[in-house]
Design a protein around this ligand. Structure first.
Ligand SMILES: *[C@@H]1O[C@H](CO)[C@@H](O)[C@H](O)[C@H]1NC(C)=O
Ligand SMILES: *[C@@H]1O[C@H](CO)[C@@H](O)[C@H](O)[C@H]1NC(C)=O
Ligand SMILES: *[C@@H]1O[C@H](CO)[C@@H](O)[C@H](O)[C@H]1NC(C)=O
Ligand SMILES: *[C@@H]1O[C@H](CO)[C@@H](O)[C@H](O)[C@H]1NC(C)=O
Ligand SMILES: *[C@@H]1O[C@H](CO)[C@@H](O)[C@H](O)[C@H]1NC(C)=O
Ligand SMILES: *[C@@H]1O[C@H](CO)[C@@H](O)[C@H](O)[C@H]1NC(C)=O
Ligand SMILES: *[C@@H]1O[C@H](CO)[C@@H](O)[C@H](O)[C@H]1NC(C)=O
Ligand SMILES: *[C@@H]1O[C@H](CO)[C@@H](O)[C@H](O)[C@H]1NC(C)=O
Ligand SMILES: *[C@@H]1O[C@H](CO)[C@@H](O)[C@H](O)[C@H]1NC(C)=O
Ligand SMILES: *[C@@H]1O[C@H](CO)[C@@H](O)[C@H](O)[C@H]1NC(C)=O
Ligand SMILES: *[C@@H]1O[C@H](CO)[C@@H](O)[C@H](O)[C@H]1NC(C)=O
Ligand SMILES: *[C@@H]1O[C@H](CO)[C@@H](O)[C@H](O)[C@H]1NC(C)=O
Length: 707
């Protein structure tokens, strides 16, 4: 994929005078070829004022992102993977001439992806996920009995493709060569020997270089493959980066395969097909495409919370960022809770997990939304499948976590598997300020709550069940706080209001205190930087009374995922692992690559519109350091608070190691089947007389085994 891009850009067709409008050609069509999508998307010429506007907004918002200077060169073990000087790249981009607006966006987007930070992302809804390219053959990485690993077409590939793409499946059937025509189903499970004539891991690793989102290389390799996630309403299937691409840049892929029960090696060429994204607004030609998709909308920029006219307008709209958060859509009411969530250009999966893969045990009645409880057939292992740390109703979510775990115990469960596969935390929002009620607990607090109720009251769970944090204390941030200190936020609606936060003794700041001072002055990668003093936790007392004792013994808890556990999910997993000794497992993954059980810790995330709201509400929009409004349909996410570590409390947790205790290989029988994976995990990780030591050694590979 990576290798194709320069070629594609070179081949870009620009509609000259008199040429047919390439956007009119695709208007109203659900499925098109990637080439048709590109002809439209690359046809918009660069407009210097638009380019300059985006660069200015980004450049002036980055001083609110905690990690800019760290990311120039991260400390080990991330030094090989995070070495992006985003300020230098912005300067480069400013000086670069682009043939089209989309070329400019791709360069900017890719530069941000190189941060490998799911919190700090630039998106332009004029291009990202407008036409998503699919293949009917998602891939998985399977381990054979002798320990050898191979890429395979997912065994469920045809079931998925025929259910999700009923209106395209014939196209793909007809595109297969010779005797394989119409035999797409027979590709399911096939061993993939080569992709585009090369070892499949060449492409896996190329994708890992550009996909971004997580610091660790193994975690980014894993994004190539398909997986599952628990959504608010149902179980979803995640296609993976191979079979689902947010930009229509590839036309086809060549697979060298060996089908199940066949000794013949075959070659197939499978075309990508691009489907119109669910957020696309109707257009008829280039002009209406630009007007409907590419300009700012309500929610793109911030507003003055003390100007009732703007407040009203904001309350009528769903902010664009809501579509991009890797979590279920949350209510306007609950959006004000501080969240730590990842942003992605890929919308949350709406592909259902097929019947044959759904968990077998019936979920307990205490299950709610993204939190589902199961008792395994051994009657002693309970499962909490947790797809996110946010759900529509915050109170109901907290209650469900407590009730579900207590119900598992009352049914006899003594062991617990917590499955956080593809749990991106929550995200980066609280756009709408609810003027009528006070700031309450946030989704970060769900992570604290779950830690506290599982473990019980201890010095690691009370009054702080998460991580200490700091925020960046740039000049403009300091002026915002000064303005609030002088009475600039009488209703305590702003995020820079000291009364929202607590000091390192976990006690609230007074509204007069300048909580960013005295600033902690650091030199990071040769750059002077300034942060607030250490901040404590504002989650406790919780809205609900936690039980007096921990619900499960930490030795009997295991947290499993595909490594793609970020943000609030990291806050939870790290405190459970490093403070309480809870075991962690990554399922799947290349056996020679160390697997991290989580990544992209952050502390609290936010995005441009929120920062802009702080600036506008304190009448600082005219300040020379204040970013202008976005003119485009853009979203910029940042990390606003950065968490301190546990092993080294003086440095950010973001850059500390999170090695999984176990790496469980996936096989044809269990891949993408949650309940089979839970049973397997329970058997391997919890010692019992049924599994002998010898069997255990043969059955799993600790992550270091292959090194
Ligand atoms: C970003 O802002 C800094 C500080 O104001 C300035 O020195 C730099 O030139 C700006 N970069 C770009 C690309 O505009
Ligand atoms: C391991 O098993 C696979 C299939 O079962 C086989 O193709 C491969 O050659 C074996 N590898 C080794 C090193 O024995
Ligand atoms: C492969 O062969 C085995 C044994 O004959 C059979 O049970 C299985 O159904 C076959 N699988 C496929 C996909 O043809
Ligand atoms: C978009 O077009 C479709 C099909 O023409 C139509 O059903 C739908 O109502 C239109 N949506 C909007 C928002 O105009
Ligand atoms: C769960 O709810 C269903 C449907 O409301 C009910 O039939 C069942 O008895 C409930 N189970 C338990 C254990 O309460
Ligand atoms: C688990 O409990 C069910 C219902 O009480 C029982 O039928 C089953 O035999 C038990 N399984 C085991 C492994 O004890
Ligand atoms: C949220 O859940 C709580 C507890 O179940 C309930 O009392 C409350 O009415 C719910 N709120 C909304 C807005 O549905
Ligand atoms: C908690 O208490 C233990 C034992 O008293 C001590 O070793 C540990 O450092 C304390 N941890 C924290 C986070 O205060
Ligand atoms: C936190 O605030 C309390 C109350 O204002 C104060 O007594 C305490 O010294 C502060 N702690 C720190 C570490 O600043
Ligand atoms: C950090 O630098 C600022 C200004 O450069 C200064 O006012 C502040 O006191 C310094 N902080 C500390 C802890 O020395
Ligand atoms: C910015 O400055 C202009 C001109 O001085 C003034 O009219 C405007 O009200 C100011 N805007 C804000 C948001 O303070
Ligand atoms: C969109 O950007 C323009 C500046 O080009 C600004 O005047 C307008 O207020 C913005 N609209 C919204 C909804 O943010």
């Amino acid at each position: 994929m990576l290798g194709l891009i320069p070629v594609l850009i070179a081949l870009t067709i620009h509609s000259g005078v008199g040429a047919a409008d390439p956007c009119a050609a695709i208007a109203g069509k659900k499925w098109i070829s990637p080439q048709e999508a590109r002809s439209c998307m690359f046809s918009f010429p660069i407009e210097e004022d638009i380019k300059d506007n985006i660069i200015q907004v980004v450049n002036k918002t980055l001083p609110f992102h905690t990690s800019v200077n760290y990311q120039i060169l991260a400390p080990p073990p991330y030094d090989k993977y995070v070495h992006e000087d985003i300020a230098a790249d912005l300067a480069r981009i400013k000086e670069t001439s682009y043939t089209s607006d989309f070329d400019f966006h791709i360069d900017l987007y890719r530069s941000f992806r190189r941060l490998n930070d799911g919190h700090c992302v630039i998106l332009n809804l004029c291009y990202d996920s407008l036409y998503i390219s699919y293949l009917p053959t998602p891939l998985v990485l399977l381990t054979a009995e002798n320990g050898s690993q191979n890429v395979h077409v997912a065994p469920e590939a045809f079931t998925i493709a025929s259910a999700e793409f009923p209106d395209q499946i014939d196209f793909w059937q007809d595109s297969l060569p010779g005797d394989l025509k119409g035999q797409l189903a027979s590709l399911s499970g096939a061993k993939v020997l080569e992709i585009n004539g090369q070892d499949p891991f060449i492409l896996v690793n190329e994708n890992a270089e550009i996909t971004g989102g997580y610091q660790a290389f193994g975690t980014r390799q894993n994004s190539f493959f398909s997986s599952y996630s628990r959504g608010a309403k149902s179980w979803s299937y995640v296609m993976g980066n191979f079979a689902q691409q947010i930009h229509p840049l590839d036309d086809f892929v060549e697979l060298t395969i060996q089908r199940i029960n066949s000794s013949v090696v075959e070659q197939v060429t499978i075309p990508y097909r691009s489907r119109i994204g669910s957020t696309v607004r109707n257009f008829t030609d280039s002009a209406s495409y630009r007007a409907n998709m590419c300009t700012n909308v309500t929610g793109t920029n911030g507003f003055n919370v003390y100007d009732l006219g703007s407040v009203h307008a904001q309350q009528q709209a769903v902010p664009p960022v809501a579509y991009l958060e890797q979590q279920p859509m949350i209510s306007r009411q609950d959006r004000k809770h501080p969240i730590n969530v990842m942003l992605d250009a890929t919308p949350l999966s709406d592909v259902d997990l097929p019947e044959e893969l759904l968990p077998l045990p019936v979920a307990l009645n205490e299950s709610y939304s993204v939190a589902q409880f199961y008792l395994l057939n051994d009657n002693i292992t309970g499962v909490l499948a947790l797809g996110s740390f946010s759900a529509a109703n915050f109170t109901a979510f907290m209650g469900s976590l407590l009730d579900g775990l207590q119900e598992l115990k009352s049914l006899g469960a003594t062991h617990l598997v917590v499955d956080v596969t593809n749990n991106g935390g929550g995200k980066c929002a609280f756009i709408s300020k609810d003027l009528s009620s006070k700031f309450r607990l946030g989704y970060i607090c769900i992570a604290h709550w779950l830690h506290r109720i599982l473990i019980g009251p201890k010095n690691t769970t009370e009054p702080q069940a998460g991580l200490y944090t700091c925020t960046r204390a740039g000049s403009l941030a300091q002026e915002i706080v000064e303005s609030i200190n002088k009475g600039g936020d009488p209703e305590a609606l702003l995020s820079y209001n000291p009364s929202q936060w607590r000091n390192s003794s976990n006690l609230p700041f007074s509204v007069q205190s300048h909580w960013l001072r005295p600033t902690v002055n650091l030199t990071i990668n040769g750059h002077d930087d300034a942060f607030s003093p250490r901040l404590g936790a504002e989650c406790q007392p919780f809205e609900m009374t936690p039980p007096e004792e921990g619900l499960f013994n930490p030795e009997n808890i295991v947290i499993i995922s595909n490594g793609r556990c970020g943000s609030s999910c990291s806050l939870f997993s790290i405190t459970m692992s490093k403070h309480e000794g809870v075991k962690t497992v990554v399922v799947g993954g290349h056996k020679d690559t160390p697997q991290q059980y989580c990544g992209v810790v952050g502390g609290q995330s936010t995005h441009f519109a929120e920062i802009d709201t702080e600036i506008k509400s304190t009448y600082l929009k005219n300040h020379t350091l204040a970013p202008p409004d976005f003119k485009t349909n853009s979203v910029l996410g940042i990390t606003w608070r950065l968490a301190f570590g546990i092993d080294n409390p003086e440095e950010p947790e973001e850059w500390q190691d999170h090695p999984a205790d176990f790496n469980l290989p996936l096989t044809m029988d269990i891949v993408n089947k949650p309940s089979a994976i839970w049973e397997y995990t329970a058997n391997m990780v919890f010692p019992s007389e049924v599994v002998t030591d010898e069997a255990r050694t043969q059955a799993y590979l600790p992550y270091w085994a292959g090194v």
